[in-house]
Write a protein that binds this ligand. Structure first.
Ligand code: TYM
Length: 340
């Protein structure tokens, strides 16, 4: 086994930080919008990835399932091709600096800014009986995650862009008061798969919190389940496989097929000219099944090697603490706290 990257190495290449919430199933949207890109970036950047478990408790979690979901998410990242020897992967709650910097940044973020976050608006409607303060301040914790590592770039799906802009604003505000402390991070949103939509209501993004299980495909769904969900996908009455206005369902399926096969939308339109939606949906389902198969096999392997997972998340947390503590200390000193 190669050695864990050193602190020095992080300073040479550009730094990438991203994270995923371990709330239930990880979807095809997470995979195409984020995870798959993370894998590709590992050689050219110093990547650090996190399982954002602190973020997940803004919505009530069943303790036993939560523990399992955190470990599953960890194993799934590795199964997707993240190599923890190259790109440390840690569990957010194992690294205390995140919650600490989040508190500091709370005091440099305006109520009005947070009120404009569309995810907060959506989630507070969805979980109307639990609109807790964490749901509101969630983007500040996300800013802390990013700024602690002086990340240059943050690979995410399009839905996280607004949160990233907020992180930049917080960094710029803090820097303008105290001098350069945080790097202002850039979003990295890949064109293909940036916004995978629900299979049942293609005007909405595919989300694991959607109660309609047919609206999302999980990376760990069995092949027959994947096929069934694609066959039931909502389309239109046009019966023409072509990108177009008012054809959200077909646009989404073409987007997914394109992301999975690397074919352009035009190539797909040409291939399915004169063919019905039934054939098309089957082809999309089959392509997704093929893409997910090796990931599922590797997942089964990793999840059965708990010792290996533990070794990796412990090493990941040690590494993350070393880097993030420096930034936290710097920020605290600038504010005027007395060093320990
Ligand atoms: P989360 O856990 O909801 O999603 C993880 C990643 O998947 C992307 N994604 C999608 N991409 C395309 N289409 C979709 N339907 C889709 N659904 C999700 C998300 O954009 C994300 O990149 N707040 C973050 C987690 C987080 C984080 C961070 C990210 C916490 N700290 C620091 C970056 C940096 C979240 O809830 O993502």
């Amino acid at each position: 086994m190669s050695e864990q990257p050193t602190t020095e190495k992080v300073e040479k290449k550009k730094v990438i930080l991203s994270a995923i919430q371990p709330s239930g199933t990880i979807t095809l949207g997470n995979y195409l919008g984020a995870l798959r890109n993370w894998v590709k970036l590992q050689d050219d950047y110093n990547c650090i990835f996190a399982i954002a478990d602190l973020h997940a408790i803004t919505v009530r979690q069943d303790p036993q399932k939560f523990r399992q979901n955190i470990l599953n998410a960890y194993a799934l990242l590795l199964a997707c091709g993240i190599d923890p020897e190259k790109s440390p992967v840690f569990i957010q709650s194992h690294v205390h600096t995140h919650a600490e910097l989040a508190w500091l940044l709370n005091c440099y973020t305006q109520f009005g800014e947070l009120s404009r976050m569309t995810q907060f608006k959506d989630k507070s409607q969805k979980y109307a009986n639990n609109v807790n303060a964490g749901l509101f301040t969630y983007p500040i914790l996300m800013a802390a995650d990013i700024l602690l590592y002086q990340a240059d770039m943050v690979p995410v799906g399009a839905d996280q862009k607004q949160h990233l802009e907020l992180a930049r604003n917080i960094a710029d505000r803090f820097n303008s008061i105290y001098g350069k402390t945080f790097k202002s991070p850039e979003p990295y949103i890949s064109r293909s798969g940036a916004r995978v939509m629900s299979l049942q209501d293609p005007a909405k993004k595919m989300s694991k919190s959607d109660e309609n299980v047919n609206s999302w495909v999980a990376v760990l769904d069995k092949p027959e389940t994947v096929m069934k969900k694609f066959k039931r996908a909502v389309t239109d009455s046009d019966a023409v496989v072509k990108i177009g206005e008012g054809k959200d369902g077909i646009n989404n399926l073409i987007g997914i097929l394109s992301a999975v096969t690397g074919k352009t939308a035009e190539e797909i339109e040409f291939e399915f000219e004169g063919k019905g939606y039934g054939d098309f949906k089957t082809a999309v389902g089959e392509a997704v099944v093929e893409e997910l198969k090796p990931i599922q096999n590797r997942f089964n392997d990793f999840i059965n090697h708990k010792d290996y997972l533990e070794e990796q998340y412990k090493k990941g947390a040690e590494f993350a603490l070393r880097i993030s503590q420096r930034t936290l200390d710097k920020a605290m000193k600038k504010i005027g706290f007395i060093a320990k």
